[in-house]
Structures are given as C-alpha cells and as structure tokens.
Design a protein around this ligand. Structure first.
Ligand code: ASP
Length: 316
C-alpha cells in the first residue's frame, strides 16, 4: 500500500539556500523502511508558509483526496509552521474522507543541531498509515503528539513543542512505532470544497486599550465578514459595541477571545460591550474557536453560502 506525501516548503525543507524535496526528506530516514507503505511524493511548492494561499491549499487537499481514492492509506502535507494551524483547519473543514490527512513541519531547519523535521515527518507518516487514525479528519503531528486540526494552535515562536491544543489536549501519541489514539472526537459534517475563497474578504480585528474603532469605518463596504478578537470572555470597550452592532446588521460578525485559550461566554456579564450586549446586537458566538480558526470557518461559509449561525453553533 502507499501513503501520499505533499511538500509545500517551510523550515522543514530549508537547508541554507537549498530547498529539500520530498525525496531528500525521506531518503535514508531512519525507521522509514519499517513503515510498510511506499511513500508517493509530490513536491508542490518551496515557499515560506506566509505565502501559502487558501486556493493552493485546497488544490493540494484535492490532490490528497485523489490519492486516497486511488488507494493510499492516508496523506501527509509538510509546510511551514507559521500558517499550519490555519491550513490544517481549512483542510479539516472540507475533508470528508476516513483516511487521515496529516500536517507536519519543523521548527529547527536541517542545518541546525537537532533538527525536528525527520522525526516529525516519520511520526506523521506513521499516523497517516494507521487504521487507528482513521475517521479523525485532518490532524497535526508534531513532537510525536497527534492533535486535531480543529483545536491545535501554534503557541510558541521557536520551541519545537509549539503545537498545542490548549482546550482539549492531544488526541494521542506516537510511541515507538505505534500510533496510540486516546480520544476520538465526533466528526462534524464537512463543507463543500469547491468554493472560491479568493473573492471573500473576512477581517480579523483585535480589540485593544483605548480603541476608537476608526479602523472599522467602512469595513462592511470592503469585507463580507468580520471576526472580533475581544478581551477575555468576549468583551470590547463600551464605545465599540454600537459600531460592531451596526456592522452586524450588514455582515456576519463573529465574537471570539484574544486570550489564546478558553471560550467566550454567553450569559455572565451585562454591561455595554459585554458578551450579552454584543450577542444581543447580533454578533455570532465564536465559542471555543480561536480568532484565526473562526476567520477560516466564516470565510468558507460565506463562500459556500452556508447557514453561518447554524454551523458556528456546531463548532463552538
Ligand atoms: N517561517 C517558516 C514558515 O512558516 C517557519 C516554519 O516553517 O516553521 O514557513
């Protein structure tokens, strides 16, 4: 049997000015011969992940779907870590297949002592081949931890243990050569992949002290949606509440927390700018979704004309 590998660039492939291919990454990788699956490689891009687009990512997901339809046990996508949490979540939203779609990368490039790329890639390939990892959607495998794309975040700018799921923890681990899945979250229905995301602009707005909302002026004329990263459990300065409420009458506005973990609340605070005030003004509850993931979901829903509030309810 085979496993498909798609390479998109990032630190895992950065050997000085030279960019490693999938063949370079897998040749002489210790442990690969025990995998029992032939790795079918497609080198797609050699770019920093900041330059990765949703359109390109969806193309690769489509190619991965073809690979599993042709019999691959699963697929691995290597890319830069900077945007990996966004890519993996977008892929998860559109991936209906039982086969694992696994994202990985590296924090330490191959010219440094102790590069993490080879271990991450081998663990990702093991997960992609494993029956235990089926029906879990898109996954992120890093430092031998298996994370759900839906919950994982890049939490540190340099640490190799940067990928964490603060609200849920990892789904499992790769121990020796074994894929050990400890918890299996229910999968949500996938969303149509054939959407044109390029035409959909969704802004992400982080609330800060003394915010005068000037940046939000005219936003509904240029953007189809807005995600607000509010304070704490979903609060904004009182003066911002009517501005956001007005915007919510024209475009969907999703309320999330800028804290990095935890949910926005629904019914605890009642002052102007609090969560109850904002929800009453028509903002959508982003629940446990972090601002970046909420933005991906809102953009996809806008592109596919799906019922926004209904789908957000399932994700929060
Ligand atoms: N800046 C790099 C990228 O995202 C970082 C990495 O790959 O880890 O492409």
């Amino acid at each position: 049997m085979t496993v498909a590998l798609f390479t998109l660039g990032g630190t895992i492939s950065m050997a000085g000015s030279h960019r490693l291919t999938g063949a370079d990454l897998t040749t002489a990788m210790p442990g690969l011969t025990d995998l029992g699956h032939e790795v079918e490689i497609q080198d797609v891009e050699k770019i920093p992940s900041a330059n990765l687009t949703a359109a390109k990512l969806l193309e690769v997901v489509e190619a991965a779907a073809k690979a599993v339809a042709a019999g691959a046990a699963g697929a691995v996508i290597t890319q830069g870590t900077d945007t990996l949490e966004e890519s993996a979540f977008l892929a998860d939203l559109v991936w209906p297949h039982p086969q694992p779609l696994v994202f990985t990368g590296a924090m330490r490039n191959p010219t440094l002592a102790g590069p993490d790329g080879p271990a991450n890639l081998l663990a990702a390939l093991r997960v992609a081949c494993s029956p235990a990892a089926r029906d879990l959607g898109a996954l992120v495998v890093f430092t031998e931890e298996i994370h759900a794309a839906r919950w994982v975040r890049k939490t540190h700018s340099t640490s190799t243990a940067t990928f964490r799921s603060p609200n849920a923890g990892p789904l499992g681990h790769v121990v020796e050569d074994q894929v050990r899945v400890l918890t299996r979250p229910a999968r949500l229905e996938s969303i149509q992949a054939q959407a044109d995301l390029d035409s959909i602009r969704v802004a992400l707005y982080t609330v800060t002290m003394d915010d005068d909302a000037l940046l939000l002026q005219g936003l509904a004329d240029t953007h189809q949606g807005l995600v607000v990263a509010g304070y704490g459990v979903g609060h904004v300065p009182a003066a911002l509440a009517p501005v956001l409420g007005d915007l919510a009458t024209r475009i969907p506005v999703v309320l999330t927390s800028r804290t990095g973990a935890g949910s926005v609340v629904r019914n605890t605070y009642h002052s102007p700018g609090s969560e109850t005030d904002l929800l009453r003004r028509g903002l959508i509850d982003g629940g446990f979704l972090d601002p970046y993931k909420a933005r991906i979901l809102l953009r996809l829903l806008l592109a596919t004309n799906s019922g926004i509030a209904t789908v957000f309810e399932k994700y929060v």
